[in-house]
Write a protein that binds this ligand. Structure first.
Ligand SMILES: [Zn+2]
Length: 446
């Protein structure tokens, strides 16, 4: 909790400045010029080709596109914008890469850099084998085409290509995010046979491909659905610390747990987004530095007799919001399903499409219908204060500290959800709650 006690407004301001500087660089720099300092590039139509600086190869599979402002390697899957390229190539953090590119002689520094990429840390043989298998699968995937099984699978789930509502390029990958690709013969270990499937890339924020996610499909003349095997979804390699990018990074973004639920949330909120891929990642993966406004799009899980296991999706979202929300505009949103129902944002879209959406569930205040802000975990403020006082009366410092921490948590949640009009009061409440935890902490140490 100690890390939270900096001035959120100053942090937000610093972030905004950084994001403005980053956007300026992205607009002004020609990608081929930045990459061209370290990679010999040959022009071919709208694209530049060269040998990838991130893996060993003898035929060029590294492409640079100035118009789309990214570079992409078909060999190892590296994908990044100018800043991401410098981060990965030079082993720099976001801010350092930004400063290097901004500095007048920044590009000359880049040119003087050592020719070989940093040696990868020693991997276990098993990990190396897995990684090789992952790259083999990823390299055998193909683009989505309109009407192809991948395109139909998403459309059958009520989803539209993000390019249709403003994120991405309609002429690339049928308008779907470029990290969602199709594989005609994806091996299924349990079924012991190959079947068609979707493959999604997990990347770190600097563009490094670290894992892939597979969804096995079954195509009939009528529709394309999940295959219906015992396990229709599978991971390869460790996705810890990485996300599935469903649009280019931007100032205002959203993040969901799964691919389809995140695509659905993007469609509902009209925002670019990425999928965390798991609940654990949602709670633990830092947001891209340039993001200053973020929506955690949580799933609404079934209620469980053990309250700790109810609303686990929301809990993960709140955990992420608390850890990474500092200095950012953050909210946690959950699908607002008809009474008694649980599900995710894709369920909202599907119900609407099937005409099962109750007419009473109308949009309010410019918000898409079927969406509501998550209520904080059941921590009623009054009950907390009572608990805190009685605990203090008994000189039970630990219980008091626990209560104060819960109060701080509730105050932070209120701060996250505060409107501009409420933000000052919410910040004060949160800060005083932090001060209270701090003083109790010190008393308990003393
Ligand atoms: Zn490569």
């Amino acid at each position: 909790m100690i890390g939270m006690r900096t001035d959120p407004q100053a942090q937000a301001f610093a972030r905004e400045q950084l994001s403005r500087r980053a956007n300026l660089l992205r607009e002004r720099l020609r990608m081929s010029e930045v990459v061209g300092r370290v990679v010999t590039l040959k022009r071919q139509g709208a694209e530049w080709f060269g040998l990838c600086p991130f893996h060993n190869e003898s035929t060029a599979s590294f492409t640079v596109n100035d118009r789309k402002r990214f570079c992409h390697c078909f060999g190892c899957g590296f994908h990044a914008d100018a800043i991401g390229f410098v981060m990965a190539r030079q082993g720099l953090g976001f801010v350092e890469a930004l400063e290097l590119l901004e500095a007048e002689n920044g590009l000359r520094h880049l040119q003087a850099a050592r020719p070989a990429p940093p040696a990868p840390k020693v991997e276990q043989r098993e990990d190396a084998g897995k990684r090789e298998a992952m790259l083999r699968i990823w390299n055998a995937t193909v683009d989505l085409r309109p009407g192809s099984p991948g395109d139909r699978y998403y459309r059958d789930r009520g989803l539209l290509p993000p390019a249709e509502y403003g994120f991405g390029d309609a002429s690339v990958n049928a308008g779907w995010p470029i990290d969602l690709r199709f594989h005609a013969e994806l091996w299924h270990g349990l079924e012991k046979r190959a079947m068609p499937g979707m493959v999604a890339a997990f990347r770190r924020h600097d563009g490094t491909l670290v894992a892939i996610h597979r969804t096995y499909l079954k195509a009939t003349g009528v529709s394309v659905t999940k295959a219906g095997t015992e396990r229709d979804k599978a991971m390869l390699c460790d996705c810890k610390g990485a996300v599935i990018r469903l649009a280019d990074y931007a100032d205002a973004m959203l993040g969901g747990e799964g691919i389809e639920t995140t695509l659905a949330a993007m469609q509902l909120f009209k925002r670019p987004g990425f999928a965390f891929g798991s609940r654990a990642n949602m709670a633990a993966v830092d947001l891209p530095l340039q993001v200053s406004d973020f929506i955690y799009a949580a799933d609404r899980n079934k209620s469980h007799s053990d309250p700790k296991r109810s609303r686990v999706g929301e809990r993960a979202a709140w955990q992420g919001a608390k850890t990474f929300g500092q200095g950012r505009k953050i909210s946690v949103q959950v699908p607002r399903l008809p009474a008694g129902m649980t599900g995710d944002f894709n369920d909202v879209l599907l119900m609407k499409r099937r005409g099962e959406w109750p007419s009473s569930a109308k949009a309010s205040e410019g918000k898409p219908s079927g969406v509501s802000k998550a209520a904080p975990a059941p921590t009623a403020k009054v009950a907390l204060q009572v608990l805190r006082r009685s605990a203090e009366d008994k000189r039970d410092l630990r219980a008091a500290l626990r209560a104060a921490k819960a109060e701080e948590e509730a105050a932070f949640e209120a701060y996250c959800r505060a409107t501009p009009r409420e933000i000052e009061a919410a910040t004060r409440t949160w800060k005083s709650a932090c001060a209270r935890t701090e003083s109790l902490l010190q008393r308990s140490i003393a």
